[in-house]
Design a protein around this ligand. Structure first.
Ligand code: SAM
Length: 251
């Protein structure tokens, strides 16, 4: 089952995850804060779905004026054990079956988690159950461009992130949430620079053979892909653009 593999995978990454190069990227975190300040500035009860090492929760806790409580939920106790901030309550659970009461939260934030989760219908029904009426769900995900490069991005991700279940674009995420009873309030896009060397140095659990397979696939990408994702060799590194989006939904 994917959950067991996810737990095992993040156990090996827990101590280094927060320094992965994008986790503490201010521009990404700011898009989440923007969504909160525009659509739910009076949030008192916030849940971080797939909170990991709590980078998002820690960033938000001092910035939301009325916040009473942040709950960080994750399937990996190893990731949560890195949080160690007594203002953040940690709960080990899967996002599709949580221990919370109905209508407990004003807001759920979730960054780079839902692509690991098989049953998004069950998960979004659970989110609706624990959110208050008209509660807000802020989703942040890295996504492919919605064009002829989408299929190649998927092939690269299948090598780089074998535990990823969904390879959704921005539109796919929007359709998925709308199908499950949410309405879209806003979209804020961002891009970051991705370094292959940083990835290969950090992901020591991935075999060299797999890393080489990824590098060769990237270097042999169609010209249209290389152009749109700005793939370039820089010294001994290969860099490129990663696209992402923060979507604000109402339940
Ligand atoms: C890439 S990390 C992102 C962590 C954090 N949201 C952040 O952006 O810094 C993905 C996290 O999702 C968690 N996760 C994956 N599947 C999950 C599930 N079914 N329920 C809860 N957490 C899950 C993983 O354990 C991991 O901590």
């Amino acid at each position: 089952m994917n959950s067991n593999k996810v737990i095992k995978h993040f156990a090996t990454r827990a101590t280094t995850f927060s320094k992965n190069g994008w986790a503490d990227n201010e521009a990404i975190l700011q898009t989440i804060l923007n969504g909160i300040m525009i659509f739910c500035p009076s949030t008192e009860m916030l849940l971080d779905f797939g909170a990991g090492t709590g980078v998002v929760s820690k960033y938000l806790i001092d910035k939301i004026p009325n916040i009473m409580k942040i709950t960080a939920l994750d399937i990996s106790s190893d990731m949560l054990s890195q949080i160690q901030d007594e203002r953040i309550q940690c709960v080990v659970s899967s996002v599709d079956n949580t221990p919370f009461h109905n209508s407990q939260f004003d807001l759920i934030v979730s960054r780079q988690c839902l692509h690991y989760v098989h049953d998004l219908t069950k998960t979004l029904a659970e989110a609706k159950r624990i959110l208050k009426n008209h509660g807000i769900f802020i989703l942040t995900q890295f996504v492919p461009l919605e064009d002829d490069t989408k299929q190649y991005w998927k092939k690269l991700m299948e090598i780089r992130q074998p535990l990823r279940v969904h390879h959704y674009s921005e539109n796919d995420w929007i359709k998925c949430f709308i199908k499950n009873g949410f309405s879209l309030l806003s979209t804020e896009r961002f891009t970051i620079v991705n370094s292959v060397a940083r990835w290969t140095n950090q992901y020591t659990m991935i075999s060299n053979e797999k890393k080489q397979k990824y590098i060769s696939k990237l270097l042999n990408a169609p010209d249209s892909y290389k152009l749109k994702y700005n793939i370039a060799i820089e010294g001994t590194d290969i860099i490129g653009k990663t696209y992402g989006v923060t979507l604000v939904f109402e339940s």
